[in-house]
Design a protein around this ligand. Structure first.
Ligand code: MSP
Length: 517
């Protein structure tokens, strides 16, 4: 059933450098989204990969004294291993040099050609290799490309053009009819702005003569040319799931969620829907656009050396703590700032203090006052009812926020419920109640309630911090694995196994010492 199929994509990254905070952010969010939908019992396909053609790659290879193939082999192995090492569970790592991708791009080009949407034209203009395209006046300042701060090269060429502008009206209407196709809304508005006539977005040059660039996918209708890298790259979202032959292609495509950064909005928000429309395919369900990470309030760049490597963060703080920080700190769609101080503050407040504290208190007291077994509860009173309601509403909110692609808010909702759990323990004071003959009978109910709250928190946080949650699940002595749990049942109150043996264990997220604490 198509409702059960889900499809998550990340951009395919240029293979001219190591993975950094920007790539890591998108892949963590994509992995979290994938895990959440798997928890709901859906059949999810998660695609990531590498963008290997184009002049940028060709130039980098030249500088590094190797062939483009050697360069992309090296970096794509590095990206693939980085994700795998950090337990980012993609289903396929696609390379644009993969044979099936090359075939799909040629098929796509032929279909666009057959639809009469490609024209051969003479063109003259300022070409920026950084952008991989001819620049318009507004793309330049003082004769330099605004984005790359380098002078474009004057070029004149005969090339194939995709007659994209003929479909601007269609796209505008599509955006009116599908107001949440591009989200958050600010990016939908940006795309509407790009389509306005005075914005000057014209047709798209989709070829490069082989005499200039021999690194790319050959046009099926003219072997003197290779395909423009963006046209090639976007098709990965189709070839990655077996288009055009895979039997479940249409059902999966209907549930496609693209995740991208705001700098690549134009190709994804304008070129891509029109490319698809031209050959009779629907746009993906959502184009989810995130903002930029700055590091210590500065733009991330190779020359500043502030790229923030996932391996270094893993070594210093543990990858899941870093991943949690990225997901919680950035409001989807807006820019955010990374600094080690904010990272440490977030780990300490949310993971060490709130979650860590609740877990260790609950497990330590169950060991101490209930022989390390989850006790049978007695009838609950108002405080138990309140905590139960706090977790019921967290589960509802998590669901809504994941659907709206607001994972930061989902995490915030769970942390709020955990905070209620800590306050509940402070109110019930099982450490005192156990010694008070009038209150001793409450202790079993209190510990049951805390264990149940901890179990639900574990389920709800597992898409974001999976290994730590697996650990918590086994400390709670719950049967089976966390991966076998299914929402919504798994987050319903009352599911914890009474009598299960619990284990105390070391702090899950040790508090990180800072100079002023
Ligand atoms: N190859 C193209 C994408 C083709 S998709 C069909 C590309 N590659 S990239 O390696 O340059 O960057 C890919 C992604 O990294 C983009 O989504 C971009 O937004 C993201 N980021 C790069 N730097 C970033 C930050 N500092 N912060 C957040 N994301 C950023 O573009």
């Amino acid at each position: 059933m198509s409702d059960d199929l889900f499809y998550v994509t990340t951009p395919i990254y240029y293979m001219n450098g190591a993975p950094h905070i920007g790539h890591t952010y998108t892949n963590c969010i994509a992995d979290t989204l994938t895990r959440y939908h798997r928890l709901r019992g859906e059949d999810v396909f998660f695609l990531t990969g590498s963008d290997e053609h184009g002049e940028k790659i060709f130039e980098t290879a030249d500088r590094e004294g190797c062939t483009p193939q050697q360069l992309t082999d090296r970096y794509s192995a590095l990206f693939r291993e980085t994700w795998a090492q950090h337990d980012i569970q993609f289903d396929r790592f696609i390379r644009t040099t993969d044979e099936d991708h090359v075939r799909a791009v040629q098929h796509f080009l032929q279909r666009v050609h057959d639809a009469g949407a490609i024209e051969f034209r003479e063109y003259e203009g300022n070409y920026c290799v950084g952008c991989e395209r001819f620049l318009a006046e507004r793309d330049m300042e003082d004769g330099l490309c605004r984005d790359h701060e380098r002078a474009p090269e004057p070029r004149s060429e005969a090339n194939y053009f995709f007659k994209m502008s003929e479909s601007f009206g269609w796209l505008e209407q599509y955006l009116q009819d599908h107001p949440d196709f591009i989200r958050p809304e600010r990016y939908r508005n940006e795309v509407l702005g790009m389509l306005r006539e005075d914005a000057g977005l014209g047709d798209l040059c989709i070829s490069r003569p082989k005499s200039r660039l021999d690194w790319g996918i050959e046009l099926p209708f003219d072997s003197n040319y290779v395909c423009y890298v963006w046209f090639d790259a976007l098709v990965n979202y189709l070839s990655g799931i077996g288009w055009p032959d895979a039997p479940d292609f249409s059902a999966r495509w209907a549930n496609a969620e693209h995740l991208i950064g705001k700098d690549i909005l134009k190709p994804h928000g304008v070129f891509w829907p029109i490319m698809l429309h031209t050959i009779g395919l629907e746009p993906p369900r959502h184009l989810n656009v995130h903002g930029y990470w700055n590091v210590d309030e500065r733009k991330v760049s190779k020359s500043l050396g502030n790229m923030v490597s996932p391996a270094a963060m893993d070594e210093k703080y543990g990858f899941e703590a870093f991943r949690y920080f990225l997901s919680r700190e950035m409001s989807w769609g807006l820019d955010a700032n990374f600094s080690e101080e904010t990272l440490i503050a977030r780990i300490n407040s949310d993971l060490a203090n709130n979650l860590g504290n609740f877990a260790s208190r609950t497990l330590n007291m169950t060991a101490r006052f209930a022989d390390a077994q989850i006790p049978n509860p007695g009838p609950g009173e108002a405080p138990e009812e309140e905590l139960r309601e706090a977790f019921a509403s967290a589960a509802r909110e998590v669901d809504e926020h994941f659907d709206a692609m607001e994972i930061h808010r989902a995490l915030e909702a769970v942390q709020r419920a955990i905070d209620a759990g800590n306050r509940y323990l402070e109110h019930r004071e099982p450490w005192k109640a156990a010694k008070d003959p009038d209150r001793a009978h409450q202790v079993g109910t209190t510990l049951y309630t805390a264990c149940e709250a901890l179990r639900i928190a574990t389920v709800l946080l597992s898409p974001c911090i999976p290994a730590k949650c697996d650990e918590l699940w086994s400390r709670l002595g719950q049967p089976g694995s966390l991966a076998e749990q299914r929402l919504p049942e798994a987050a319903r109150w009352g599911g914890v196994l009474v009598g299960a043996s619990t284990t105390k264990g070391k702090p899950l997220f040790p508090r990180i010492a800072t100079e002023d604490a």
